[in-house]
Design a protein around this ligand. Sequence first.
Ligand code: SF4
Length: 268
Amino acid sequence: MIYVTDLTEYLFCPYKLYLKKIKGVPLPQTSEMLTGSIIHKVYEEVLQREKITIEQRICEEMGIDKIFKILYADSKIVIKNVMIKNKVKLKELGVDYLDLIKELQEELKEDELLKAIRIKKYISIYGKDKNLYQNLFMVKDMEYPISSIELGLSGKIDKLEEDSEGNLYPVELKTGLFSNGIRKHEKLQVTAYALLLEKERGVKILLGFLEYYQVKQRIPFLIKEDDKKEVLEILSKVKELFEGQKEPIKEKKSFCKRCGYSDFCWST
Ligand code: SF4
């Protein structure tokens, strides 16, 4: 089975996919890669936990401050757990452990306060009904696993959203800032998830989102037939690469210096 991330990797650099998947060369982890994956994990786990927290621990009579305290305390537990799991690796790569905790706590503090305000506003209009979480945040599933035997493709959708009319939206969570428009591999990744959802549910997926959670920005884009066709074209190229195991041409590109294989590819 081919993963959606294999397609994005191929688009980034076919040689990288070849090294990783066919030659089995371990990808050295940089401090930026590790920090990025920790931030991603923290946000993902916070989103995963908050449905239960909101449904079970928030009451109608609570004020914004109390709601915020409950949500923020939960976020801090997630930060602590994720950081403990990565403590050794962070130290090895020279990342300041306490600075990163502080940075994450600051970001999530603002996030949870905004959520507390939205929750209180909703409760004061509708009461704490059973649809509160779904109506406010639309989150149906986190890390939703999806695959199609017909396509030979599988993946995990960071966040699957559903609106009140039952329309589904794949959302890819991103660290950092949104700049210079939607990148091709990001669009392709979300389109591939849309294609898999269409196969699984027999429905049309109209929109996908990139969500830059650190800056609270969501970028919607249309799921187009041409982009789906491109997903299938890249899928067949990846299949060809995996079956033929032929070494692709190695090309020096501007992003090579940010690639974990940079030393491996260009040290001589
Ligand atoms: S360093 Fe450049 S050529 Fe080598 S795998 Fe990375 S992106 Fe590809």
